[in-house]
Design a protein around this ligand. Sequence first.
Ligand SMILES: [Zn+2]
Length: 168
Amino acid sequence: MALSNKKISGLITEIGGNEALSIIDYIKDKKNVSEFIIADKLKLDMQTTRNLLYNLNSFNVCTYIRKKDRKKGWYISYWTFDRKRASDLVSKVREEKLNKLREQLKKEEANKGNFYICKSACARFDFEQATEFAFKCPECGSLLNMQDNTKTIENIKNRIEELGKEGK
Ligand SMILES: [Zn+2]
């Protein structure tokens, strides 16, 4: 499944911010780009560049090979963007978000009109927990009132629908 660049960009920014995104933009259509060239082109210091690259690598969106520089005698890493892995990761993150939302929705629907909250909204409790605390907020001591969670259910459903659309 081909995913748009926009989604991949969003993911890269989530991982490493705008600097990581500019690295990917620079190397995405190239292969085995030297870390020194990347740092130089993006006007970043070596340590920042390496931190960003290894962070991206820990999410598998970039791979690298290391080669010994014959003249200088030290190792240089050469970087390549892995579009396939990046796409997979976008799908995976989306799937995880969907699963969490579905779990949340299940819980909300199972406890429809049965959540309890105090006037300062310190925390939210289900019926069982509210009973345990004798309908008094354990944080502030004020009365726990029933909370209508219709809106919450609506919101979760909307987010599930939006994320579902993104996958197509
Ligand atoms: Zn409270």
